[in-house]
Write a protein of this length. Structure first.
Lengths: 425, 267
């Protein structure tokens, strides 16, 4: 009976110690979880940034080269076709041969491999834009080969480079000391499509493809999703069929995305004959994937509109359609848009279903329309990550940075939209 | 307590000049019956108070009168309710014009998250009551004046209606209801969320509105029922126990249950 002789206050006092400890412990778990999450994020971003930022700079060889009109066989009146056929590659080879004086055929070949295949394109484009350059000596920054790029950016002075031999490194060292070899901002990364040459490969094709694909996805999934959400929430009779539909929409949200890819392949491509590897079919497949997200978030947003607003409008004699479009929809729209943006952000990062419908193809040209063959950013990342060249590794990370940038922008937009449109009632 | 077998309403549930007549009304929520065989007349230009303990079905009955119960899927109404001799539950009747004729004010003030002006103008706009902007302005001003809110808000008609105080919001809702010029106004505990001063203003308003409208008001406050109504109907567990002139109900109730309620023995 010693226990019961304690007063109530003593008992409470005693239990307080245990309760405080439990509270303390729980807080610690919380802080630890948050810290762990943050740590993962920091490691992820740190890794990608450290590998990827160098993709945004490019090594060039600054030199003055004479556009010998006789060698090229061009005069000031040459048409575009003639310029395209002219031997700029030979001109560049000649130029470097004169500059370095290589010894024998083997060394000549080694010398020529230091310059990118894109260098002759550079000269050709300059002449295409301005014929008066013919015969003049011009200052150009010729794109260096990716091996040179990697050596100059990463290995110079402290690491062995397996792709270049002593002679080549000797020339490069000399150029570097003379200040000919430089790095500049890698514009090509943003204006070029994919390429077999890493120094010429860019993400413009993938970004355009992504944009077109998401456009198709948005144009299809937003109206369909919103209409479905409104119908299910406001008009559908509450019966077994509706319940069945609801359950299956929720199931659809959990279906692995690759299944949607197979479905798209079987239905859109094989039955309806939509051209494969186009933003159109990609958008259709991603619509299937995004719809459940939009419908579910849309319904949640509609549910959050207080019933008193509906009653007020109904009590005044508004029809159900008027209640929905004048009152419910304006109030639910911020929530719906947030859900849509999150769904689109998911679609932006989706790879697996697109592999099934042929968007994994090597596409050099930048797509101009939704029926042009194209690829998307995450698939481009997948493709590059598979390439053996070192330069592609850094481009993979570079493309990931761009993709993450888009995701951050979209999610920020979602948050800002919600803040701005949020209204009290 | 359970429902009374073979009950007939005491007092005078019918009147000479009825606006709304309910005959043998029953309401079911799924299997559960909430209202049993209620027959009641609501006379033109009278204020009738519906009182009774919580859950007695007075709000449910009120919501039958403009078919607001239609919005509840499982709700089923039997019996007949007529407005000016027309059955409002006839399958041919469209609820939209019905609700324009029988307006409703709710327990909690529920202005739209729009400006004060747009709150009032919404009803006239959807029903096409105003041909021009000027006409609409007139309706808004008249409605606000009748609701006794004009002087308080005339300088900020385009401020959000949700920014008003609770009492002002409720008067805004009343103004919004009378803007569509209904014949009957149903009020479901309109003052339960308001302080005594705001309540007094609303009661005053109800008294003025009686000239032009028929009003049915559900209230938990017996003083309020005594102050604003001419007749009082007492509901108990879904049955209409007694209907009599208000004075009589509060001084000499006929039924023992009514007496028990008004003397505060339960409620």
């Amino acid at each position: 009976m010693t226990k019961s002789s304690m007063t109530t206050r003593e008992k409470v006092e005693k239990s307080m110690k245990r309760r405080r400890a439990a509270e303390q412990r729980f807080r610690m778990y919380g802080v630890a979880s948050v810290l762990f999450g943050l740590l993962c994020l920091v490691v992820l971003f740190g890794d990608i940034l450290s590998k990827g930022t160098s993709a945004f700079s490019q090594t060039v060889i600054e030199t003055s080269i004479t556009l010998d009109a006789d060698y090229l066989g061009l005069d000031k009146n040459a048409d575009d076709q003639q310029v395209r056929l002219a031997n700029f590659e030979g001109l560049i080879k000649q130029h470097f041969k004169d500059m370095v004086q290589p010894d024998g055929r083997k060394e000549r070949r080694q010398l020529y491999s230091l310059v990118s295949a894109g260098a002759s394109w550079q000269l050709q484009n300059m002449v295409l834009n301005d014929r008066s350059l013919l015969g003049q000596t011009i200052e150009v920054a010729l794109i260096a080969d990716d091996d040179v790029d990697q050596w100059f950016k990463h290995d110079r002075g402290h690491a062995h480079n397996a792709m270049l031999n002593e002679t080549q490194i000797g020339w490069l060292e000399q150029w570097a000391e003379q200040g000919i070899l430089k790095t500049r901002f890698n514009t090509l990364f943003f204006v070029n499509g994919d390429s077999r040459e890493p120094e010429l490969a860019g993400i413009r094709g993938a970004i355009t493809g992504t944009f077109l694909t998401l456009l198709v996805t948005f144009l299809l999934s937003f109206p369909i999703g919103v209409a479905a959400a409104i119908y299910l929430e406001e008009f559908a009779p509450k019966n077994k069929i509706t319940e069945f539909v609801e359950i299956n929409i929720n199931n659809l949200a959990a279906v692995p995305s690759i299944t949607f890819g197979l479905l798209g392949l079987a239905i859109f491509i094989n039955i309806f004959g939509v051209a494969r590897s186009t933003p159109l079919v990609g958008g259709l497949v991603l619509t299937l994937m995004t719809l459940p997200t939009i419908i579910i978030s849309g319904r949640a947003a509609i549910k959050a509109v207080p019933p008193s607003i509906r009653e007020a409008a109904l009590g005044l004699g508004a029809s159900r359609v008027q209640v929905v479009f004048h009152h419910v929809l304006p109030l639910a729209l911020p929530g719906m848009l947030t859900g849509t943006i999150i769904g689109m952000a998911q679609a932006l990062g989706e790879t697996a279903p697109l592999l099934m419908i042929g968007m994994v193809a090597f596409v050099v040209d930048v797509p101009a329309f939704i029926s042009d063959p194209s690829t998307v950013l995450p698939v481009q990342i997948f493709l590059w990550s598979d390439s053996p060249e070192r330069a592609f590794t850094e481009r993979t990370s570079g493309a990931i940075i761009v993709l993450l940038g888009f995701l951050v922008i979209m999610n920020t937009a979602a948050v800002m939209l919600r803040r701005r449109l949020e209204r009290r009632w | 307590m359970s429902i009374i077998e073979n009950h007939t309403t005491n007092g005078q549930p019918f009147c000479k000049d009825p606006k709304l007549t309910a005959r043998g009304v029953g309401v079911f929520y799924g299997e559960k019956q909430a209202i049993f065989d209620v027959s009641l007349d609501i006379g033109a230009n009278e204020v009738i108070a519906l009182i009774g303990p919580s859950g007695c079905g007075k709000s449910t009955f009120l919501r039958c009168l403009n078919r607001m119960n239609d919005t509840i899927d499982i709700c089923r109404v039997t019996g007949a309710i007529e407005l000016d001799g027309e059955d409002i539950y006839d399958p041919k009747v469209d609820v939209v014009p019905l609700r324009a004729r029988v307006g409703m004010v709710f327990q909690k003030p529920n202005p739209f998250p729009k400006s004060i002006y747009d709150n009032i103008a919404y009803g006239p706009r959807i029903h096409g009551l105003a041909q021009s902007r000027v006409e609409l302005d007139e309706i808004v001003e008249k409605s606000l004046q009748r609701a006794g809110l004009w002087n308080e808000v005339k300088d900020r008609l385009h401020a959000p209606g949700t920014g008003l105080s609770g009492g002002q919001q409720q008067r805004l809702c009343i103004a919004r209801t009378i803007a569509v010029d209904p014949e009957v106004i149903l009020m479901d505990e309109p003052c339960s969320a308001l302080d005594p001063i705001a309540t007094a203003k609303i009661e005053e308003l109800i008294d003025e509105l009686r000239e032009n409208y028929t009003i049915a008001i559900v209230t938990h406050s017996m003083q309020q029922a005594a102050r604003v109504s001419q007749r009082t109907a007492y509901f108990h567990l879904g049955q209409l126990i007694e209907v009599n002139p208000t004075d009589q109900v509060f001084t000499t109730p006929e039924h023992a249950l009514t007496e028990a309620y008004i003397t505060g023995r339960f409620g």
